[in-house]
Ligand binder design. Sequence first.
Ligand code: HEM
Ligand SMILES: [Ca+2]
Ligand SMILES: [Ca+2]
Length: 306
Amino acid sequence: GGLSYGFYDKSCPQVEDIVRTGLQIISLTDPTSPAALLRLMFHDCQVQGCDASILVDAAGKKNLPLEMTSTKNFGIRKRETISYIKSMVEAVCPEQVSCTDILILAAREAVAMSGGPWINVPLGRRDSSSTPSYKLADASLPSANIGVDGMLRIFAKKGMTVKESVAIMGAHTVGITHCFNLLNRLYRREGGEARGIEPGFELFLKLSCPQESLTTNSSFVLNDSTTLAFDNNYYINAMEGHGVLRIDAEMSSDPRTAQILAHFAVDQDDFFRTFSSAFVKLSSSGVLTGNQGVIRRRCNAIDESS
Ligand code: HEM
Ligand SMILES: [Ca+2]
Ligand SMILES: [Ca+2]
């Protein structure tokens, strides 16, 4: 509701091209940027809706602990690239395009640029004029050790089918996981034996993330074996017991998700189609439109006057 295709046709027809160019420049300097931007979109939309709240830096007299200080946002990277693209957009169409739409378009380009589907997204989102505290982020973002139940609940709230929920998890076909997020999975197993992990792969994860490394925060493993390519390898890996996170692994044995996983592992086209409809649902959740919210001039700051 409130979003439309071609929203900027009159006010900023160049915006989609500018975002694409910006992302090409950003990925040349760091080819892992597309993955970071895709996760950034999810973490923004999950907390107070898609409203660029995650981009705001604490500043001035309102130096509050904002959502970025939540440990659930550990590993979030590349927030500043949205401000960079925003400045490119402002130079051509000042005060027309929201930071939120730029973030969604950047995530869309991130998928396409990595070899995934090109997703047609409706636009017209506005930016929040308030930012939640870290407490809302703590409560709204999934824990790194979530299982199938919790995952399905999160995406059902966004109107996704089970198939779409499995498809949106395919975002883990790109990017990395820091060892910090594997602590519970590898060394503090409260629920007993891990499901869906092949012993050789578990050994590999433990060697990549020795217990001592978990406090240093910088070591990581790849989310799938083709970490820069948006493909269906994530599902093939998960079927073989090579899922990195608990959710990546457990979907292969849960009766609600196993067959969908097996299907995406052999049908990349259907994965792409289903991912696209799931992406539109995720990126349209809890949005501000019309006269709600603002169009920020700078993505990382909320003007005291507005
Ligand atoms: C229940 C759902 C999910 C859980 C529990 C989860 C958990 C995680 C965790 C723990 C990481 C590792 C972060 C790090 O250590 O730096 C990660 C990475 C990532 N996630 Fe998810 N995720 C979920 C859903 C999603 C969704 C819906 C998307 C996007 C549509 C997404 C995209 C990504 C991407 C692209 C990365 C790699 C980020 C990078 O390379 O910096 N995830 N996820
Ligand atoms: Ca948000
Ligand atoms: Ca991949």
